[in-house]
Design a protein around this ligand. Sequence first.
Ligand SMILES: NC(=O)c1ccc[n+]([C@@H]2O[C@H](COP(=O)([O-])OP(=O)(O)OC[C@H]3O[C@@H](n4cnc5c(N)ncnc54)[C@H](O)[C@@H]3O)[C@@H](O)[C@H]2O)c1
Length: 295
Amino acid sequence: MANIKTVGVVGAGLMGSGIAQVVAQAGYSVVVREVEQRFLDKGLKAVEGQLQRAVEKGRMTVEEKAKLLGRIRWTLNLEDLKGIDLIIEAIVEDLALKQELYRALDGLCPPATIFVSNTSSISIIAMASVTGRADRFAGLHFFNPVPVMKLVEVIRSIRTSEETYRTLFDFAKSLGKEPVTTKDNCGFIVNRLLLPYLLDAIRALEAGVGTVEDIDKAMTLGCNHPMGPFTLADFVGLDTTYFIANVMFEEYRELRYAPPPLLRKMVVAGYHGRKSGRGFYDYSGPTPTVTDLGL
Ligand SMILES: NC(=O)c1ccc[n+]([C@@H]2O[C@H](COP(=O)([O-])OP(=O)(O)OC[C@H]3O[C@@H](n4cnc5c(N)ncnc54)[C@H](O)[C@@H]3O)[C@@H](O)[C@H]2O)c1
């Protein structure tokens, strides 16, 4: 079985920064690559903020924080991913962009390097097929916020080798995560079930069934969910939710995956959820308030 010591993370957004943190926390050396300095700075700030909170809560010492940060190297240079054992891609949910990245990585990395995507919905084989290593290519789907959420979906494409799959399953466990195995079907397990629910909540809002607050409250108190669908969608990112819905609708042609017009309008308006300061809720004040969507 492949021995993983060094890990590359491509993309330092919501997911990439969290993945870099948990991988470094488990003792691996990490190289994080972004396309612009401001995104790299944002990722580093997110990790530092998380670790600082852990120090303040007494869950980590200042020395441990410094050691962990010392295991992560931040770069804009793709070449810095050259000699790495495992590369985890967490860039935007866009097949063409992901394929372009994988083509470049395939030319750069030695054959033994394993590639995985953190995609929420895109089929693994569609990315693996542009490389010469489809047997050493799979999905590792983490959940947001990565340092907190236990689940990792390990996705085997029809060409992922048994050895690659086992290496990744064990790697996920080494991070303290609980892996589940899923086939390379668009949306995998969680998003196949979650996306129609989130989109239905938006359709219910469009139909005037209830307000944002009441629908969230109903699902929290009525189903014992830790948060309602709008709070959750704001956490996931409305742009990401929209991208995933489009990918799944394209794949299955089923209306339950079709993005509702309100979601598209909000994404176009720049309301991308918590990360942009506004989605179904406005996060600029001390407590979130409902955004006026003119409904
Ligand atoms: N948001 C979630 O809850 C969630 C959960 C699981 C999986 N995912 C998946 O993880 C991936 C990333 O999602 P996110 O929410 O972190 O998005 P995000 O928008 O927060 O971050 C994406 C980052 O990728 C960077 N990027 C784009 N092209 C790049 C390249 N060629 N090289 C390096 N960096 C590049 C962007 O600059 C951006 O900072 C997507 O595939 C998404 O579907 C998201």
